[in-house]
Design a protein around this ligand. Sequence first.
Ligand code: G3H
Length: 542
Amino acid sequence: MITSETLAKLFPLERDIPAEHRLAAPIQQRTWLVNGQLGTWNGTCKTVLSPVCVRSSGNELKQLEIGSYPVMGETQSDEALDAAVAAYDNGRGEWPTMPVADRIDCMQDFVKQMMAQRRAVTQLIMWEIGKSLSDSEKEFDRTVDYIKQTLSALKDLDNNSSRFTVVEGTIGQIRRTPLGVVLCMGPYNYPLNETFATLIPALLMGNTVVFKPPQYGTLLFTPLLEAFRSAFPEGVINTVYAPGAVVVPRMLASGKVNVLALIGSSKVADHLKKQHPKSHRLRAILGLDAKNAAIVLPDADIELTVKECLLGTLSFNGQRCTALKMLIVHETIADLFLRRFTEELANLKVGMPWEKGVTITPLPGLHRTAYMTDAIEDARAKGARVVNEGGGAFAMTLFYPAVVYPVREGMKLYREEQFGPIIPVMPFTNVEDALEYVVTSDHGQQVSVFGSDPAQIGALVDPLVNQVCRVNINCQCQRGPDVFPFAGRKDSAEGTLSVTDALRSFSIRSMVAAKQTEASENLLDAIVVEHKSKFINTRFIF
Ligand code: G3H
């Protein structure tokens, strides 16, 4: 039986934390990277509490202190932004004009150094956000793969541009060029992967960057600062450790930011975009809210559906933008589905992130368990119930998943993105009602459809692909493989990310054109042969 008492006992005494998973010492992060220098911060710092609590011998629980990081202000964010602006130098800086092959070399140097920090970074992901060790390692490895794939895609992109095209008497060479200064901010749930999914392509395309780590998931970048410093020219990447509300609107209002790369909430993105004085000069690459639904048809394979829906709703405690956040199940199979789903849920291991096979781990703070409890209370007050034993029980940051049924319009869980271990289930009679839920949603990232009738699935896919950007058939929603386009409609995203799309998102095509005359041909030929331009060249990168 799961209760808050049994959950509390899953937190360890400090001395019982396995030695191999302990941090050698709290990370008192004081360095920041600006203009190629690792400065030392002597001002105010913020204490970092892990989602993991420790029990005292008197059975009191408190979140473990794992370090601290600087709380900077406007002066430092101005400094970081000015360093990025100077390094870009209106497109004349060393980095934006560097040959692509040389930029690739710098990034390869960075990846090499990054890989040497695997253990330090994955340990910090685990301690800072409570992600299981195996998922933290997967996040790191996936990010390294992503960088390698991006490097290879960039070679292809550049090689395809390494020639002239002649059309209607005009000679042209078309290449992708950088946009300027990118302000890069990632989310806490995939602090490394999602941050690097924008930061790396932004850098590779010749932009300079100001990088603000997420509120939870800051320390894990500490082991990478030296790699950033040494792999790239000064000012190309700069860090800011400051409350977003204090420094980010200011950076945008300065008009010096050309690209806002934010994985976060649509409310924040809306506010930030409005601060920029030149609205169409700012490009926004945004990964925002989502409330992905699963539509379970009467002929769905129940075992497969349960398995995928468990993964979809509860991987990393439901803290994925792609998580399934509403299950819409045909009324004729709702009872069977709920029975099998709750049986399988009961087999999931709850515990500390370093434990083998663990699925449910602590949430980043007490405000998250408070939100989950409030959302369940709201649904209960409006006629739903928690149908799994122990669902909604919690101890400090550890929250046992709750299956809430039947969820209806008017309940918070109907529309709000819970971003945590609550599984709202809604029955439907007519497939049009399920479709209507997706159509009337403010979100438009993905949907899953479970069923086996080709006619029914086909008829559902057609309207759904015009509502969301990925329809998953008989599987959960997810971002990967990373070569596939990751996008969203409505309030869910702006721009498309994937290995190749991201390179395009952080660049613009620019071209050199000349009339096809002998004089032009001779001139262009001389520029190429004598290596007089980095843009006009036909070099092939192997
Ligand atoms: O939080 C959003 C992530 O990009 C989701 O990635 O679907 O691979 O877990 P994933």
